[in-house]
Design a protein around this ligand. Structure first.
Ligand SMILES: Nc1ncnc2c1ncn2[C@@H]1O[C@H](COP(=O)(O)OP(=O)(O)OP(=O)(O)O)[C@@H](O)[C@H]1O
Length: 729
């Protein structure tokens, strides 16, 4: 008996309902369409139980059961029926089978059981049984039908004949029916039947053994399946766990997807912004590229220019080097020239010194009285402008010592027959030792009198006057602006500076000087001490040796009660000058225009001793600012002013007389006719040196007074008062 081929499990899976629950449970879930998710795919294809397991019931194929097994059973039934017949038992009633066949499968029969639809998961044995039952039912039905038809006898098959019951019997027994008496025949038949049955029994036993073996196999298969089932269930549980994990992962992944989606949107927005920025940047970049291109072009141009400049610079450097060499040469030449100039300056200074010495000698020979004319500039209040400082109408000056005055003026209309103004033009030329133009500085003026000031240190009596009408510049010349800038300082402060400076220098030659200062004014022929605030003290001019001042043989006079201050330095003199100015100012408030109506006399007495040579000298430096020289008759002054004018004129005219007498070498010099000449008795004539500044106003309306002043100065200038003598012991 050949073993039926194993039915594959797929045979069992032919119908959905025939699948075991466990297998159905592990049926692969519908897959997520590929590509819809990037998440790792769950293991949808779980390890399937072996679908190729050899099924126990597969050994009972329907074909085999129809061919081999079912006929044997039918034979057994037939044999049993025969036996029952032999034992006198009624044969089974076949109509029941027919009935059953007609009415359908009766419950409780094997065929009926086999015909029943499987409930739950049928076991392999039951499926086999059902199959066999169904096959047997079919066979039985066929046999019954054949018998029921009763038209034809059963076909013979070899030596054996199939009985009505379907069992195989010996041919003889089936071929003829033995009479009842033929017991022997019947026994033989029975024996034959018995043999057949015996052989069938053996076949059945063999089949039973095979069935037993198959059952064992089925049991083994069942255990295997149960094991597989539990394994599958375990896998299903694992699968469930995996599915839950996967679902959880899926959920996480979905959340991730959601979050990533939000991030994506955010990133997309950022991308959009960045793209916008990029677009802007690109346009800017484009602009910058254009600018860079322009700059590059410009740079190229600049490079070219630079290159050109470099080459020019190199050329220039070469030229510069040559120039440097030339400059070096020129520098050397310049240094030589400067040295020559310096030498010439020294020579010039020496020549100037020599000139002054010679000039001084000439003046001494001439009579020792000198006159300097100084024309002041127009003032801003007089319509002056800075450009025309030297452009003074009616005045001209040249050669340093000539002052020309053009008298061209509108005449008196009454002097003409036509009544028209007559213009007269008459140039008058005045010669002086020096003429200072309006632009001459205080320093230039002092330079001319420095030698004279020096003479006071040498033992001469020096008298420097400033003469001229009111407002002509006398005070400016003598004092200047002592509070302002140094360049405006007048002759007094500059003379003081030089005296002390020279005295300091002469110390090296053994000279020690004692210097005293006094400052007084003569107003209306009375003396007033400008260094004393007492106004009412009595001051008188006396001879130093106690003799009467009437004795004209001596000129050593002094002023009684006068404050005489020892001064050791320039700095000690300035407070005295300020004090004197202050007292003059106070007096001026009490008497209108008093300063113009008084003579001020600043006096420095200088006594020197030389401990090296035992020489001694004594000199006096008088710096005098005379009162205004207006003509009284023209000014129409009356009363006090008339008296002032008369006194002024008296003193000035007396000064002129004294100078004239000195010039004429008269035996009598009228010093005492005025306080001024009396005071200056020892400084006029004899061993004195006299210098007169004649200050001239540039104003047209003062032309008459200017001519008078210049005439007076000319007279003085023409005087020869003899050679001055040093007072040296
Ligand atoms: N050389 C000059 N340069 C510039 N200004 C001058 C000069 N001389 C005189 N002045 C000015 O002219 C004005 C009159 O001068 P100053 O007072 O010296 O005249 P004065 O003759 O002394 O008059 P008074 O007799 O009334 O005292 C002043 O304001 C003075 O500063």
């Amino acid at each position: 008996m050949s073993e039926a081929p194993r039915s594959p499990l797929i045979t069992l899976n032919a119908g959905e309902g025939q699948l075991p629950k466990a297998v159905a449970a592990v049926k692969p879930q519908p897959q997520t369409p590929a590509g819809k998710s990037r998440l790792p795919q769950p293991q949808t294809r779980l390890p399937m139980p072996s679908t190729q397991l050899p099924m126990p019931n597969s050994r009972y194929g329907a074909t085999k059961r129809k061919q081999d097994f079912t006929p044997d059973v039918q034979n057994v039934v037939g044999i049993k029926r025969k036996a029952d017949t032999v034992r006198g038992a009624p044969p089974p009633k076949m109509p029941n089978i027919r009935k059953t066949t007609a009415a359908g499968t009766r419950p409780g029969t094997r065929a009926a059981v086999a015909a029943k639809p499987p409930v739950g998961r049928p076991s392999a044995a039951s499926r086999a049984g059902a199959t066999r039952g169904a096959a047997a039912a079919k066979t039985g039905a066929r046999n019954v039908t054949a018998r029921g038809a009763g038209t034809k006898p059963a076909p013979k098959a070899g030596g054996m004949t199939r009985s009505n019951s379907g069992s195989t019997i010996p041919k003889g027994a089936a071929a003829k029916k033995r009479p009842a008496w033929d017991l022997k025949g019947r026994i033989e038949d029975m024996e034959k039947v018995m043999q057949c049955m015996q052989s069938e029994k053996e076949a059945i036993t063999q089949q039973k053994e095979e069935i037993t073996q198959r059952s064992d196999h089925i049991q083994q298969d069942l255990q295997t399946l149960q094991h597989e089932n539990s394994t599958l269930q375990q896998r299903v549980r694992e699968g469930d766990t995996t599915v839950r994990d996967l679902q959880k992962k899926n959920q996480n992944l979905e959340e991730d997807v959601e979050r990533l989606s939000r991030q994506k949107k955010s990133l997309e927005r950022e991308r959009d912004d960045l793209e916008s920025d990029l677009k802007t940047s690109r346009s800017e970049c484009q602009g910058l590229k254009g600018t860079i291109a322009q700059q590059a072009a410009a740079q190229e141009g600049i490079k070219a220019e630079l290159q050109l400049s470099k080459s020019q610079l190199e050329t220039t450097n070469v030229a510069l080097q040559a120039e440097k060499t030339t400059v070096e040469g020129l520098k050397n030449e310049l240094a030589e020239a400067l040295q020559k100039i310096a030498d010439q300056d020294v020579q010039l200074q020496q020549a100037e010194t020599d000139r002054r010495v010679l000039h001084n000698t000439i003046q001494e020979l001439k009579g020792n009285i000198r006159v300097f004319a100084r024309l002041r500039p127009m003032l801003p209040t007089e319509g002056a402008n800075s450009d025309g400082i030297d452009d003074i109408p009616h005045f001209a000056w040249y050669d340093g010592n000539v002052l020309e005055l053009d008298k061209a003026m509108d005449g008196d209309p009454n002097e003409t027959m036509s009544g028209l103004k007559r213009t007269t033009s008459q140039k008058v030329e005045f010669n002086f030792d020096r003429v200072f133009a309006p632009s001459s500085s205080q320093a230039e003026v002092f330079e001319e009198i420095a030698q004279l000031v020096q003479s006071a240190l040498d033992g001469y009596n020096v008298c420097i006057f400033a003469y001229g009408q009111t407002g002509s510049g006398k005070t400016h010349t003598m004092e200047g602006d002592m509070e302002g800038t140094p360049e405006h300082r007048g002759m007094i402060p500059r003379a003081v500076e030089q005296i002390f400076c020279t005295a300091e220098k002469l110390k090296t030659k053994g000279w020690e000087y004692k210097i005293t200062a006094s400052f007084l004014e003569i107003y209306n022929e009375s003396l007033r001490d400008l260094l004393d605030s007492k106004q009412d003290k009595k001051m008188d001019i006396k001879l130093k040796d106690g003799r009467s001042s009437k004795d004209n043989k001596t000129n050593d006079v002094y002023v009684s009660n006068q404050v005489v201050v020892d001064v050791n330095s320039e700095a000690e003199v300035y407070p005295l000058l300020k004090k004197a100015n202050k007292h003059r100012a106070v007096a001026a408030t009490k008497c209108n225009d008093r300063s113009s109506r008084s003579h001020s006399v600043f006096q420095l007495t200088i006594k020197g001793e030389n401990h090296l040579t035992s020489e001694s000298c004594s000199g006096v430096l008088n710096l005098i600012d005379l009162a205004g020289s207006e003509q009284v008759k023209k000014s129409g002054s009356q009363g006090k002013q008339l008296q002032e004018a008369q006194n002024i004129n008296k003193s000035l005219s007396n000064l002129s007389l004294v100078i004239t007498a000195l010039s004429n070498k008269d035996s009598y010099i009228p010093y005492r006719n005025s306080k001024l000449t009396h005071l200056l008795q020892n400084s006029l004539g004899g061993n004195s040196k006299t210098l007169m500044f004649v200050n001239v106003s540039p104003q047209e309306e003062h032309l008459g007074e200017s001519i008078n002043s210049l005439r007076f100065a000319t007279t003085v200038n023409q005087c020869n008062i003899g050679t001055a003598q040093k007072k040296v012991k």
